[in-house]
Design a protein around this ligand. Structure first.
Ligand code: SAM
Length: 191
């Protein structure tokens, strides 16, 4: 789903970029994220700062997708070499089966009521042995946050991390790593 105006602003400022560079990306790397010679797909790439970070891994290719055209317009302004940005809905990916080595998500599925469909699509497009790195907040924490800050997350998109982990396994993923921090879960899963 599209972001509310307040969340769009919160996602597109210097503080968000600092958090992503100094906390989120290093944590994924400590959990095993590498990208050399890999075809990387980032779901919900927003304004493309994740692409800046992921390009440091020297992937073979990088594609970032996002539902919001205004996010993709900002991402394209970065003029990154070897990065492609597309306006797409993650519930229906146009990529062939087994065509990606790594899929990365920095906090997106809690905006998608049919988040299970996205997880299934990610499993489909990953090659055997392909890896999925994802961070998501627990739905109960987001609901509490919204009662104070009113960012307007859609209640039907919020899920508990325990349900998320169960669904990863049901889909066929093997969970290789897991961390919890400040109401967020971080996962490294392998197809
Ligand atoms: C909370 S923002 C995170 C953006 C970026 N990953 C970051 O960490 O700054 C969630 C992003 O997911 C995108 N999004 C939401 N639903 C989507 C969907 N069904 N398919 C693709 N992108 C989606 C939104 O447009 C938004 O840019």
């Amino acid at each position: 789903m599209r972001l509310s105006n307040i969340e769009f602003k919160a996602m597109n400022n210097a503080a968000r970029r600092v958090l992503q560079r100094t906390v989120e990306f290093p944590l994924f790397k400590r959990m095993g994220l590498t990208g050399q010679e890999c075809d990387i797909l980032e779901i919900g790439c927003g304004s493309g700062y994740g692409a800046v970070l992921l390009s440091e891994l020297r992937p073979k290719s990088y594609v970032g997708i996002d539902l919001m055209p205004e996010q993709i317009a900002l991402a394209r302004q970065r003029k990154l070499l070897n990065a492609e940005f597309m306006v797409l809905d993650a519930t229906d990916l146009p990529f062939p089966d087994q065509s990606k080595d790594v899929v990365v998500i920095f906090g997106v599925l809690h905006h998608v009521p049919v988040w299970r469909k996205v997880v299934s699509e990610i499993y489909r497009v990953l090659r055997p042995g392909g890896r999925f790195f994802v961070e998501e907040p627990d739905g109960a924490a987001v609901a509490r946050f919204d009662r104070v800050f009113a960012w307007g997350h859609a209640p039907d998109a919020l899920f508990l991390l325990s349900d998320f982990e169960r669904f990863l396994r049901e889909t066929g993923f093997t969970l290789l790593g897991r961390r919890y921090m400040m109401g967020f879960g971080w996962y490294h899963a392998r197809k």
